[in-house]
Design a protein around this ligand. Sequence first.
Ligand code: G
Ligand code: MN
Length: 257
Amino acid sequence: MSTVDDSRIRRLSAWYQPVVDLNTGRVAGFEVLSRLVAADGAAASAGRLMEELEREPEAQYALIRQLLSAVRSDIVPLFERRPEFYVSVNIPPSVLGTGRLGEIVQDLGLERWVTRLVVELTERQALSDIGRAGIDIARSLGISVALDDFGTGHSGLSQFVGLDLDMLKIDRSLLLPILENRAAARMLRGIVGLAAALRLRTVAEGVESWEQAFFLRAAGVDQGQGFFWSKAVPAREVEALLDRGFAGTLLPPPPAR
Ligand code: G
Ligand code: MN
């Protein structure tokens, strides 16, 4: 049932990028990302292929199914042993809003693990009625919902109002200027305030430096994700990241000699 017969999709592997708790430095969760893995083990993001697949709802469905199937075999054994972390999956409205996520969860036997799953819904495109319906569908399955790429396109408050969300993933474009630009820093703090008022957990995406991480922690952002800590890693490295965490990275760097 979980086999995928699209050869383009079978070339893709599920890799896992850690999301770091900015208060403790521990790994709070992982975002599942599709990667093209070369014969030498090097992984690349599948930009063009992903764009192609984005235009095909059936292919999207097959891809989500394959990713969640990987989560079942790679991560569910860890869920059993380690109660503290989640896994988030990017799911387009075409899959989420049509009730087909429930079908996948049932077919893969993931019902027991729904509280450990987060659906990331991008706001790069306007949220259609189908996307909005999808939020309720995920919630009724017991799965948490994150609004992804917040700030990039359609965070117009009229689209945002009334959505039943759990998490806000702040796009890296809002982080880039925070260290140089006072207005950008204030906006970031304002978003943290908005998220707090809405009882949403915040994740800052695309963190690439210690200075950004330090600022974000001071601003009250809950979690961070980005190359500063780690790129996406293959499943076999996930447990070591849970053990190790990144506490050391949140201390000030040693003074330059
Ligand atoms: O749209 P979404 O937030 O799901 O995109 C995640 C993408 O962001 C992944 O393809 C991942 O490789 C990329 N990414 C993750 N961390 C960083 C980072 O620190 N800097 C940049 N430029 N991209 C990142
Ligand atoms: Mn995402």
